[in-house]
Design a protein around this ligand. Structure first.
Ligand code: C2E
Ligand code: MG
Ligand code: MG
Ligand code: MG
Length: 294
């Protein structure tokens, strides 16, 4: 019987796909165990105000190092966590870890804000406690003001269950938590989302920044995005800034915030504290403004 099922299986899936499926199932098992045992850690990437050059916030980025698979990118395991129903416990662990670190920094006089990535399933929480309440409880538990936390969502999460998602986001926004639209420009949604959803800030995806100096159409696209954001009075974050030229281009257009390896890679908690204690403001990058003014 089992053999027949096995053969039937092979009729629908190529051997390669079976290997993939097995690996995936295996990965899912490991992930399940990792969630139970909290085998994750967070890194924090600074976000810089392009005008003052100061670090104003950090984005929490989850890391998973499995003893067998090694380091696995969140791009790979977050979707699996979502499908396996693990994103809610994982998301809560991330939230509590990040807010507890933030509370510690605040007590040391490092007045930062924290950005947390939130996936669709997490927002549409299917359990007894709503995502809104998860956030509210976490803030009060760690003594963090709502204005010091913002969440990053992507366009794709608005497609799944739009009315319910919108209501949750409205409630979160009412609480005082700003909502950032991540990876802007990579989704398929209509631009009407920008005004229909309670979005405060837009993050331009790294893929547009990458070729901004070599590809004139990417440069034109970025200019158009900046102009659109400005007319909607929405601040912009450019992600994935790796070179001084990219910084200067975005700065000259009036982009508000920047994140990228040029300023800093994602850092461990201890590395971040050392970084913040020694970092000089980044406005030396604004050649053509500050330097000429001297
Ligand atoms: P994202 O939210 O768009 O995060 C930005 C990603 O770009 C991060 O990758 C960051 O390390 C990378 N990055 C930033 N600046 C540069 C740069 O200058 N050069 C290059 N090459 N890369 C840069 P990471 O940490 O691998 O995260 C990938 C994605 O996984 C995130 O994209 C986000 O969608 C998701 N993710 C990460 N952490 C979490 C989390 O805690 N919860 C959820 N739901 N998703 C997460
Ligand atoms: Mg993000
Ligand atoms: Mg992003
Ligand atoms: Mg991205």
């Amino acid at each position: 019987q089992a053999k027949r099922d096995g053969r039937a299986h092979y009729q629908y899936f190529s051997p390669e796909m079976n290997v993939e499926m097995l690996e995936r199932m295996h990965l899912e098992q490991r992930l399940r165990r990792a969630v139970k045992q909290s085998e994750f850690y967070l890194e924090y990437q600074p976000v810089v105000d392009m005008r003052s050059g100061a670090v104003i916030s950090v984005e929490a980025l989850v890391r998973w190092k499995d003893p067998e698979f090694g380091t696995i990118s969140p791009h790979a395991f977050i979707p699996i966590a979502e499908e396996a129903g693990l994103i809610e416990p994982l998301g809560e662990w991330i939230l509590h870890q990040a807010l507890s670190d933030l509370a510690e920094w605040h007590s040391q006089g490092l007045m930062l804000k924290m950005a947390i990535n939130v996936s669709g399933r997490q927002c549409l929480n299917s359990r007894d406690i709503s995502f809104y309440n998860v956030l509210k409880d976490a803030l009060s538990k760690h003594g963090i003001a709502a204005k010091d936390l913002h969440i990053e969502i992507t366009e794709s999460m608005l497609i799944e269950d739009k009315p319910r998602c919108l209501q949750t986001l409205e409630d979160i926004k009412q609480l005082g938590i700003d909502i950032y639209l991540d990876d802007f420009g990579t989704g398929y949604s209509a631009l009407s989302y920008l005004t229909q959803c309670p979005i405060s800030v837009i993050k331009i995806d790294k893929s547009f920044i990458d070729n901004v100096l070599s590809n004139p159409s990417d440069a034109k696209l970025i200019k158009a995005i900046v102009m659109m954001a400005q007319s909607l009075e929405m601040p912009l974050v450019a992600e994935g800034i790796e070179t001084v030229e990219q910084w200067q281009f975005l700065h000259s257009l009036g982009c508000d915030y920047a994140q990228g390896y040029l300023m800093s890679k994602p850092l461990s908690k201890t590395q971040l504290v050392a970084f913040l204690r020694h970092a000089k403001p980044f406005h030396f990058l604004n050649v053509g403004t500050e330097l000429n003014a001297v």
